[in-house]
Design a protein around this ligand. Sequence first.
Ligand code: HEC
Length: 153
Amino acid sequence: MMSKYSINIFKYIFFIAALTSITLPAYSELSVEEIIKGRKALFSKNYSTAKKVQTFASKGDFVKASSLMKEMSENYLTLLEYFPDNTKEGFKTEALPSIWENKDEFNSLMKKSSTDMIELAKVIDTSDDVGASLQKFMWSNCKACHSKFRASH
Ligand code: HEC
């Protein structure tokens, strides 16, 4: 039979386990390496998605193109969280210090890039110049941001 003492031990273990599971998210926050590599991966993904958007829209497949545009729009919003103060250097980042010196401007460009993709999805099927619309609402934002906030190669 279990002694009163061992029942208390079980209660104690249960209590610690409950505490640990509550505090776990704080310890599992992304490391600097995961953040920098994570944002690079997201930008690369957006680049390959942008090329697919270009292909589908040029073929007149606006349904597929629009769903990818919405995906890109969401990725831009996710990226807003990927530039905390402790990720200015390391892991071959090409992010320039100007990002943190002009955080509001950088964030507005990111948000504009996101809303422009939604706008693009709205206008693309009635656009009389698909290429010009893609340029205006998608590609121009890449360049606007890179020229100021990303190291040139
Ligand atoms: C609001 C700013 C912003 C916008 C908009 C933006 N980028 Fe970038 N991009 C960056 C920054 C900053 C980096 C550098 C990230 C790093 O190295 O930490 C980057 C990096 C990249 C990379 C390199 C990823 C790697 O593996 O190192 C590619 C590719 C890229 N962007 C493509 C694009 C394309 C294509 C678009 C438009 C469809 C775009 N970006 C829009 C800011 C932006």
